[in-house]
Design a protein around this ligand. Structure first.
Ligand SMILES: Nc1nc2c(ncn2[C@@H]2O[C@H](COP(=O)(O)OP(=O)(O)OP(=O)(O)O)[C@@H](O)[C@H]2O)c(=O)[nH]1
Ligand SMILES: [Mg+2]
Length: 248
């Protein structure tokens, strides 16, 4: 029955954008409840499905209304790939900051380094949960290996020799959830630990390895869940204080 519903959703291409008809919304909800779908969702990383899909499908009734206005939470949960470089100016603790948000996709990386002389800090976000995933760009390169290699490259870039790097080991929640289904040693055979903490320590040790040639005072490592706003507020407050202290 679900297969028939799925096929009719795919065929109904004209109604994929904008408000879904009640019939289409019901079909989507019914498929989302399907047992097979639950099993498929548990292995979503094998086909690079975004982690916030459950959030939006669980909230379909709220979203699929003509006067729907996204909440702050909805915006945090949405994935909008950064194209090129986004320049954001914001104020915190009476201090203005300029942030260059650089897309992590390979195509955006060509613009790196050459433009960023004289910056006060680098924020590097590494998704620890991506240990089993490949890059969309080539469907081959392991995402964790790629991120670690890029971290090492930035860490050793002469232009950033005195720039502090704040490394976010992000998506710890997804990482813990995933470990039960996809063992870490399947992708990192050298990992011999047993519990989730060992696994995170192991990933952290890989990150320290990538930063090894850098003076210890020039980087800080944080484990985090970016969608946990209070957690991020606390971490970022510490970081912005640290940046200001370094500038004095
Ligand atoms: N569960 C969970 N989801 C997260 C976490 N961090 C980010 N996400 C989700 O992952 C997606 C990340 O989106 P962005 O922050 O736009 O991604 P990005 O890293 O800037 O990606 P690019 O712009 O392509 O480089 C969003 O759907 C977030 O809700 C996390 O710690 N836990
Ligand atoms: Mg982005």
């Amino acid at each position: 029955m679900s297969l028939g519903r799925a096929q009719s959703i795919i065929a109904d291409e004209d109604n994929h954008y904008g408000l879904f008809s009640p019939d289409l919304a019901e079909k989507i909800k019914s498929i989302w409840q399907d047992e097979g779908m639950k099993q498929l969702y548990a292995i979503r990383s094998t086909f690079n499905l975004n982690d916030s899909v459950s959030y939006f499908l669980n909230n379909l009734d709220k979203i699929n209304t003509p006067d729907y206005k996204p909440t702050e939470r909805d915006l945090i949960m949405s994935y909008v790939p950064t194209c090129g470089v986004q320049n954001v100016v914001f104020t915190t603790s009476n201090q203005s900051f300029q942030l260059f948000d650089i897309g992590g996709q390979k195509i955006d990386r060509r613009k790196w380094a050459t433009q960023y002389e004289g910056i006060d800090a680098i924020f590097f976000c590494l998704a620890v949960s991506e240990y089993d995933q490949v890059m969309n760009e080539d469907m081959r390169t392991n995402r964790l290996d790629d991120a670690l290699q890029l971290l090492e490259q930035i860490s050793e870039e002469p232009m950033f020799a005195t720039t502090p790097i704040y490394l976010f080991l992000n998506e710890v929640d997804v990482f813990y959830e995933k470990l039960n289904i996809i063992p870490l040693n399947k992708f990192k055979p050298e990992y011999t630990g047993e519990d989730p903490e060992d696994a995170l320590d192991f990933i952290e040790s890989l990150a320290y390895g990538a930063l090894a040639k850098r003076d210890k005072s020039l980087y800080r490592v944080y484990r985090c869940i970016a969608i946990d706003t209070p957690m991020m507020a606390e971490i970022l407050a510490t970081i912005f204080k640290d940046i200001m202290k370094r500038k004095k």
